[in-house]
Design a protein around this ligand. Sequence first.
Ligand SMILES: [Zn+2]
Ligand SMILES: [Zn+2]
Length: 274
Amino acid sequence: MYTQNLHLHTAFCDGKDTPEELVLYAIEHGVQSLGFSGHSYMYFAPSRSMSLEGTEAYKKEILRLKEKYGDRLDIFCGLEMEMYSEVPLVGYDYLIGSCHYLDIDGKKVGFDRSAEEVGSVIDTYFNGNGLAYAVECYRQAALLPRYGSFDIIGHFDLVTKHAEKVPFFDTESPLYREAALDSLRTLASSIPLFEVNTGAIARGYRTSPYPAPFLVDECRRLGLGAVITSDCHAKEDLTCHFKESALYLEAHGFDSVYILTKEGFVPMKLKEFI
Ligand SMILES: [Zn+2]
Ligand SMILES: [Zn+2]
């Protein structure tokens, strides 16, 4: 069995633990591989990301951990790149491309926020029209490939973060689904992998991972490979909902996930993962 989590945040950005604390926790709990994915520096929201100097310190620290613990687990240095970050993308083993912000007339407006804040974004910029907000999120997400060469599409339907508790729009509506599918099809032409991301479960927002079943079905039709991650911000959530996510993928026609190795991404049978 081999368990890998490629979506990890640490105290270098908005996570709780140091990278070394995560490594020690992984060793103790039988996790074989970690990929760190700090939030890229955001000039428009510096308190939520790694700083520019912090990014260099982060790279150095992950390198140190690779050397210190390399015989006990596989460690990779990645980046969760916010689309509008404008940072260099060199020096990483892999890149997750994510959209947490809308560009509205040049202003960067965050939507990975509390339900109250999302409601306020919808009222302020979309005249209270939640569907228009969702459609615009997907339209902008489709621009991701312009900003870099990414390996993994991060939490593709993040816009549904609050859908279980606060229905800002109808996720069953044809307009919503078409917007999501159009965006996904565009991304699939240049990004090879998507993540089943359980981060919102660990944090109590949702009971199911991103993306929704109709999108996982489309990922399979489009030939995208899957990775399972927990968007971990605290070590206790390192493998949150991983088993259920493997079953979820299996139920939607996947028989393998992709794992990162020193030779790049390779498929692994779901029953060998976790
Ligand atoms: Zn994210
Ligand atoms: Zn993340």
